[in-house]
Design a protein around this ligand. Structure first.
Ligand SMILES: Nc1ncnc2c1ncn2[C@@H]1O[C@H](COP(=O)(O)OP(=O)(O)OP(=O)(O)O)[C@@H](O)[C@H]1O
Ligand SMILES: O=P(O)(O)OC[C@H]1O[C@H](OP(=O)(O)OP(=O)(O)O)[C@H](O)[C@@H]1O
Ligand SMILES: O=C(O)c1cccnc1
Length: 488
C-alpha cells in the first residue's frame, strides 16, 4: 500500500517552500533541465553506535512514482503571494510543473543494508529542477525510517534472541510517526507489533496482552483474569502488576489452574512496573513451581537496549520484551541528520563540473562526483567500504582513505570479493527495481548485521568499521577544498 493511499492525496507539496522557489529560479534561468547529481547520506551513526540500518526506500519509491502536481496543488501554488502582494510564481512556471514528468535516474542502497557515514543511501541524477525538488521528502522519509530501523536493530541485539514486540503507537510522533516507524522497527528487528494498521498494511504479525484498565474494570483481579482467559483461552497473557505484582502472579496461576480443564493455555504474564529483575525471578519461581514452566514472562516499562542489557546481566527471567516509547521515537536521538548535497552538474559543454559544499569541519564537507559504494568482503565478514566516483576510472589496486584522517589507509588486494551497494531503482524516471517484500528486507538486516564484527556492534565506544574514500576521490576532494579556500 502506497503512502498516498493512506493519506489519499498527492504528496507533491510535501516539501519545503524553498524547493519550489529554487525550482522557479532554475526554470527562469534556463537551468531546469541541467543534468545534475545529488547524494543523500548521513555523517554520523545515531545513538553513538557503530552501524546504521538503511530503511525507507519503499516509501521513497512510492513518493517518486507519483510525483505529479495536481490541479489543487497548482491552484495553491498560484495563490501564494510575496511580501508586496505579488504572485510568487508565474503561470507559465505552473504550467511547466503541470506537465513535468519525473525523469531522473535514482540509485539506492536496498533497505536492511548496514551503512556507514558519508555513503550515499540514495543517488539522484537528472534535471536539476527535479533532482532538487525531491530533497526534503527524501530526507523526511529516509532519515526517520533509517533511524528507527537502527534503534530496533540495537534493541533486538540486546534481547539476544528473545522476542521483541513493538508497543509504541501511543507515544509515537503522530500517525505516520507510528506507521512508518512500525515498519522500520520490523525491518530492524522487532518481531511483532501492537499496531493493527501496520499489521493490515504491511502484513506484520500483531500481538498484545491487555491493559491495566481491563483489571480495574472488574471487582477483583481474579475475575478480570478469568473473564479474559475465557474470552481468549489459548496463549493468554495476564498483566499482573495492577495492584501487587507477586500477588497478581499468584492469582494468575490460580485462574490458569481453574481454567486448565477447559483447555486453557497459560501463555504468559506481563510485568510493567517495579524491579523487573526481582519480580521476574519471583514470577518464574512461582510459575515453575505451579507447573507452568512454559509460561512466558513479558516485560515492558520504558525499556531500551541499555536497560535490556542491564536486566539480562542482573539475571532477569524475561522471555519477551514489549518496547514502546524508546524504540518508536528513537528517544535518545530523535532525528538522524542525513543531508542531500549537490555533487556534480553538467556544464553547457557537456562536461561534468564537480561540486562540494565546504565546511570548517571536514566531516561536513561533501564529496564530489557521481558516487558509488563498493563493499569488500570475505566469507564471514564485510572487510571495508569504499566510496568512489563512477565517472572516473579506478586503479587496479585501490586504497581506502579514512574520511577524517588521511594518514589512515587500507589497501585492498585486487582479488578481494566485492559488490557495489547502490543499485538502479529508476532509469529516466521509470521504475526498474522490484521492491523486495518486507520479510526478505527483514532477513537481509539480520544477515547484514551478522557480518559485522562484535566490536562494531557493541553500544559503548564501538570500533569504527573501515569505510572511506577511494584514494583518487580523496585527493580530488582535497584539491577542490584547497582551490575553494584560495590556497592553491
Ligand atoms: N532491575 C532493574 N534494573 C534497572 N532498571 C530497572 C529495573 N527494573 C525496572 N527498571 C526500570 O526502571 C525504570 C523505573 O521503573 P519503576 O517501575 O520503578 O517506575 P515507574 O515506571 O514509575 O513505575 P510505575 O509504573 O509503577 O509508576 C523503568 O524504566 C524500568 O524499566
Ligand atoms: O513503556 P513503553 O516502552 O513506552 O511501552 C508501552 C507502554 O504503554 C503501556 O503503558 P500505559 O500506561 O500507557 O498503559 P497500560 O495500562 O496498558 O499499562 C504499556 O503498559 C507500556 O508500559
Ligand atoms: O498489548 C500490550 O500489552 C500493549 C499494547 C500497547 C502498549 N502497551 C502494551
Amino acid at each position: 500500500m502506497a503512502l498516498q493511499d493512506i493519506y489519499r492525496t498527492s504528496l507533491a507539496l510535501h516539501t519545503d517552500l524553498y524547493q519550489l522557489t529554487m525550482a522557479y529560479g532554475y526554470w527562469r534561468n534556463g537551468m531546469a533541465e541541467r543534468e545534475s547529481v545529488f547524494h543523500l547520506y548521513f555523517r554520523k551513526h545515531p545513538f553513538e553506535g557503530g552501524y546504521t540500518v538503511a530503511a525507507g526506500l519503499e516509501h521513497a519509491v512510492q513518493y517518486l512514482q507519483q510525483l505529479t502536481f495536481t490541479d489543487d496543488d497548482l491552484l495553491y501554488l498560484g495563490s501564494l503571494k510575496g511580501s508586496q502582494g505579488q504572485p510568487l510564481f508565474e503561470t507559465a512556471f505552473l504550467d511547466y510543473l503541470r506537465q513535468m514528468e519525473f525523469s531522473c535516474d535514482v540509485d539506492a542502497i536496498p533497505e536492511g543494508t548496514v551503512v556507514f557515514p558519508s555513503e550515499p543511501l540514495i543517488r539522484v541524477r537528472g534535471p536539476l529542477l527535479q533532482a532538487q525538488l525531491i530533497e526534503t521528502p527524501l530526507l523526511n522519509i529516509i532519515n526517520f525510517e533509517t533511524l528507527i530501523a537502527t534503534k530496533a536493530a540495537r534493541i533486538k541485539e540486546a534481547a539476544k534472541g528473545d522476542q521483541v514486540i513493538e508497543f509504541g503507537m501511543r507515544r509515537a510522533q503522530g500517525i505516520d510517526g507510528a506507521l512508518s516507524a512500525t515498519r522500520a522497527a520490523y525491518i530492524g528487528g522487532a518481531d511483532a507489533t501492537s499496531n493493527l494498521l501496520a499489521g493490515q498494511l504491511y502484513d506484520i504479525p500483531v500481538r498484545g496482552t491487555h491493559a491495566h484498565s481491563w483489571v480495574q474494570a472488574f471487582d477483583s483481579e481474579e475475575e478480570a483474569f478469568e473473564a479474559y482467559g475465557q474470552a481468549f483461552p489459548k496463549d493468554t497473557v495476564f498483566l499482573v502488576d495492577t495492584y501487587d505484582t507477586v500477588e497478581g502472579v499468584k492469582k494468575g496461576i490460580e485462574v490458569a489452574k481453574k481454567l486448565q480443564p477447559q483447555g486453557f493455555v497459560f501463555g504468559g504474564i506481563r510485568l510493567d512496573s517495579g524491579d523487573l529483575t526481582y519480580l521476574s525471578q519471583q514470577a518464574r519461581k512461582l510459575l515453575d513451581e505451579a507447573g507452568f514452566a512454559q509460561t512466558s514472562i513479558v516485560a515492558s516499562n520504558d525499556l531500551d537496549e541499555h536497560l535490556i542489557t542491564h536486566l539480562k546481566q542482573e539475571g532477569a527471567k524475561i522471555d519477551v520484551w514489549g518496547i514502546g516509547t524508546k524504540m518508536i521515537t528513537a528517544y535518545d536521538q530523535p532525528a538522524l541528520g542525513g543531508v542531500y548535497k549537490l555533487a556534480a552538474i553538467k556544464a553547457e559543454t557537456g562536461d561534468w563540473k564537480y561540486k562540494i559544499k565546504l565546511s570548517e569541519q571536514l566531516v561536513k564537507t561533501s564529496n564530489p562526483g557521481m558516487l558509488q559504494v563498493r563493499r569488500f568482503y570475505n566469507q564471514e565478514r564485510n572487510l571495508a567500504d569504499m566510496i568512489y566516483n563512477e565517472l572516473e576510472p579506478l586503479p587496479d589496486q585501490v586504497q581506502v582513505v579514512h574520511p577524517l584522517d588521511s594518514t589512515r589507509r587500507k589497501s585492498i588486494t585486487s582479488d578481494t570479493a566485492y559488490r557495489d551497494l547502490l543499485i538502479s531503482v529508476f532509469t529516466k524516471g521509470k521504475l526498474v527495481y522490484t521492491l523486495p517484500d518486507l520479510q526478505s528486507i527483514k532477513s537481509n538486516t539480520k544477515q547484514e548485521i551478522s557480518r559485522l564484527h562484535e566490536s562494531i556492534r557493541r553500544y559503548v565506544n564501538p570500533h569504527s568499521y573501515p569505510a572511506g574514500l577511494e584514494e583518487k576521490l580523496h585527493q580530488h576532494k582535497m584539491e577542490m577544498i584547497l582551490t575553494l579556500r584560495g590556497t592553491k
